[in-house]
Structures are given as C-alpha cells and as structure tokens.
Design a protein. Structure first.
Length: 490
C-alpha cells in the first residue's frame, strides 16, 4: 500500500503526491526558494489550474514578498494569509487527498520541513457563458440555463433565494473521477424525514465514476428497471427555485449543465413552468390540453386498431366507408401498418436528435412528410392510419418533460399489442397495469402518484388544473412522508 501521510522531507513528499497524480507533461512541479533560503515546490496541472494566476498570486509572492521563516505549519498558514492574493486555502497532510485536489485544478505548495501542504484554489474558470435553454424554452420565464460550472450554477440559485436557510452541502463522488457534487435545499421548508432519506442515499453514494446528473439519478433510484423517471432533470434555474420553495432538494454535479430535483411525482412531469406565469384560465387550458394529449398518445392508436379489428360497427357509417375505401389495396394488416409508421417516426426522431439542430429539425419534418406521402401513394399504409399516427406524434410534443415523454412514447407500443390481442379488454388491462405500477412506485419515500393516491385533497389545487397563484406557494402536504404513509394506511 502506498504511504499517504506527508513527512518533513519535501522531496519525499513530492514523490508521495506524484504517485496520485498522472505523470503527464502538463503536471507542473515548480521549485522555488521562499525568503531566499527555504526550499519549496508549487504543484499544479497546467490547463486545469490557471497558470498565469498561479504565477502572479502564488509564486511571485512566495519568491519576493514572504520574509517569515517557515518552520512549522502555522508559519506556512500565516505567510499564505498575509502575502498571497488569495482568500481560499487550507492545509492538508494526506498525499492522496492532495493529489485529488491537484487533479481538480487546485495548486499545492509543499515546503521543506513541513508535514502538510497548502492547498490553494486556482481552478481555471473557463466555462461557457450563461445561455438560454435549448431544450426547455421559456416565453415569460427566466431565460438563463445552467452551465458546466457547479459554482456558477449554485450562484444562480443563491441570487434568487436570499435566505440564510438555503443550505448547500458539498460532497465528492467517484473513486476515479472525484466529481464534486452539491445538495441544495431550504432547511426551514423541506420535511426533516424526507431530508434524512435523501441524505442517506446521496451523501453515502459509492460509485467508480460520476459524470452527469443522469448517471447520478440511476445510482440513487431504488427501482432502476422502472419505466418512469423518479427524479426530474432540468437546466433552468427558475424551475429549481420553485421546487426548493415546495420543499424539495436539488443535486448538482460538476461538469453537468443540469440539476436533479428530488423527490418527483408523476403529475409534476406534465406541469409546465409557464403554467405559473400565464393567466389562470389560459394556464389551465394549456394544462388540460397536455393531459388530453397524454391520453391521446396512449389510446388513439389502440382504439383505432380495436375498432378496425373487433368493433367496426361502432364507427359512424360514413366514416366507416371512408376508412374502408382508404384501405383498399393495402397489403399490411392494421397492426403492422400502425407499427411500421410509428417505428419510422421514432427512427426519424432519433436521427434528428443526433444531428445538429437546424439539420435535425429539417430531417424530422421533411423526412416525415416524404415518408408519409410515399407510403400512402405506394399503398403501403392508408390515409386514415397516417392521420392517426400523425395526431399521436404531434400529441407527444405537448409533454413538457423529455424523460416522461420518452416513457409515454414507449408505452404506446405495448398498448398496441394488447389492443391487437384482446381489443377493448386489452386496453383496459393495460391501463389497469399502468395504474397499479404508478400507485406502487415511490420517490424517496413519497408516493409517486400523490396527491391522487394516497389522496391529499389539500394539494389538489395544483394537479389537473391550478388554483389561484396566491394559494399555491405553500409546502405540499404530499411531500411529507409520514403524513403520506399515514393517509395510505388509513
């Protein structure tokens, strides 16, 4: 096992620390003389640390200004405090921790005869500027989105919540990546039992590497094979602020431009943030349209298929004649006809996501038009089927959350299979299975289908429609695990 505790010999300390830092050409080991007589090394990685800043704020002051005989740790700390143009520094005597700090962009100063190194924050602050969100467009809301800089992301939250109760707990995840993360919450709002549950999963997380909030989410969720997301990802700071005010917590991961909000309930994924900026009637109209769109995605295709196969007499006579006429010469059965068009749309959609924005959007639109037109002219699919598939696809765009939209889009395929096999009974069975799955699921101890199950009527003012905005800004009862469970037991 490699020795980790520093000793008095600074050359040996250099070797100890180097064991935990990759020996690359950009690992800088600058030897200097403090006060013209004390040997020292300044260690940093060029690119991760700001080289010019290190030279001006650390090396030059140690070379030309320090006039203290540094013989012990207290002297090193006092010299750093007095002469360095830096406010963030601390002592550390563990070589592994020092190596991890250097790999994160900080600078270490080791002095001959001192058993500790001075760790100084010199991280190169070169990140992209705050920009408008590309995946979560805003008309009336704030248009700033998170960046890959975790400190800047947290600052965006602090600018909006100026409260001493806003708590930020930093921790490191990943044995290899040593990724800095942060748990953010409002201490006077979040339920204490819920907070303890979140901390028990988040702060004790062990993982070989941590890269994004999406990876973090999969490590902390209890049912990884469940179809529905159990936490919300967002790149908008105003959404995070709103959820913090409701008694939730946000998790930030360094180098990831999104925040992870926990816990999450099913109904929240269909509530657009614009709902709270619009007038009451307009906001409720939009929200109702969203729920209608979700139902359309799930059942329009299956119902159309069922009527064709089992219950054609339920069609109005004239409509039935139009459908029969459009299906003349179609070689595919209705199920394969719908399935083929749905899969084509998904392929186009996936291709559009992988391409640059202008090209991807053009591909999805033009490709859909060309394929649909060619399929109907070649008598591969009927006009009625194409119309049903088109309505289904357009309806998926109304779901405001990308993760939930993916889940709902996937669900229409098993619903189609059930409709093909069992008709209306299959659709009912599919909805029953879906409802049971939602009721059984929880997110950090909070029932996923709340406030509908268990019923918390106090929170119904912001479910399918929203109440007056003045009544909404309160902590939801549904976010209290103890009350939710008690109601469920009753």
């Amino acid at each position: 096992m490699i020795e980790q505790i520093l000793v008095e010999d600074f050359n040996k300390n250099l070797t100890l620390i180097s064991n935990f830092v990759a020996q690359n050409s950009n690992f800088i080991k600058k030897e200097i003389l403090i006060n013209s007589k004390i040997n020292a090394y300044v260690l940093f990685i060029d690119g991760l640390a700001d080289k010019n800043y290190v030279e001006e704020a650390i090396i030059k002051p140690f070379l030309y200004k320090v006039d203290i005989d540094i013989k012990k740790e207290e002297d090193l700390y006092e010299a750093s405090k007095k002469y360095l143009f830096i406010s963030s520094f601390r002592l550390n005597n563990n070589a592994k921790d020092i190596g991890a700090e250097i790999l994160s962009g900080k600078t270490a100063v080791i002095v001959d005869g001192i058993k500790s190194a001075m760790i100084i924050d010199t991280i190169n602050p070169k990140y992209r500027d705050i920009q408008e969100s590309t995946s979560e467009k805003s008309i009336l809301g704030i248009r700033e989105s998170f960046t890959e800089n975790i400190d800047l992301n947290i600052t965006l939250i602090q600018r909006k919540i100026k409260s001493p109760n806003l708590k930020i707990e930093r921790f490191v995840v990943g044995e290899k990546t040593r990724t800095e993360c942060a748990l953010v919450y409002l201490e006077d709002v979040i339920d204490k039992e819920l907070l303890n549950t979140i901390k028990s999963r988040v702060l004790t997380l062990k993982a070989p590497a941590m890269l994004t909030t999406g990876v973090f989410e999969q490590f902390i969720e209890r049912r990884p094979f469940n179809l529905f997301p159990q936490a919300k990802n967002t790149e908008r700071s105003d959404k995070v602020v709103f959820d913090l005010l409701e008694g939730k917590a946000a998790i930030f991961v360094a180098e990831s431009p999104t925040a992870l909000i926990v816990p999450a309930t099913f109904i929240e994924f269909f509530q657009g943030f614009e709902d709270y900026s619009e007038r009451l009637i307009i906001a409720n109209f939009s929200r109702i349209a969203r729920f209608i769109a979700v139902i359309t995605v799930l059942i329009l295709g299956p119902i159309y298929l069922t009527l064709l196969l089992y219950n054609a007499e339920l069609f109005p006579y004239q409509l039935m004649m139009v459908i029969i006429d459009s299906r003349k010469g179609i070689p595919l059965p209705p199920f394969l006809e719908i399935l083929a068009m749905e899969l084509c749309i998904e392929i186009l959609r996936e291709g559009g996501v992988r391409l640059p924005n202008p090209v991807g959007t053009t591909l999805a639109i033009v490709g859909g038009i060309v394929i649909g037109d060619a399929a109907t002219k070649a008598n591969i699919v009927s006009h009625a089927t194409l119309f049903v598939v088109a309505i289904t696809v357009v309806s998926t765009f109304l779901i405001p959350n990308y993760q939930m939209a993916l889940s709902i889009r996937f669900l229409r395929f098993p619903m189609l299979v059930l409709a093909q096999l069992f008709g209306f009974y299959g659709i009912l069975v599919g909805f029953y299975i879906l409802l049971v799955a939602l009721v059984k699921l929880d997110s950090f101890g909070i029932p996923y289908f709340s406030p509908m199950a268990p019923s918390r009527f106090k929170d119904f003012g912001d479910v399918f429609v929203r109440d007056n905005i003045r009544k909404i800004f309160n902590e939801p009862v549904s976010l209290k695990p103890s009350l939710s469970r008690r109601n469920k037991d009753e």
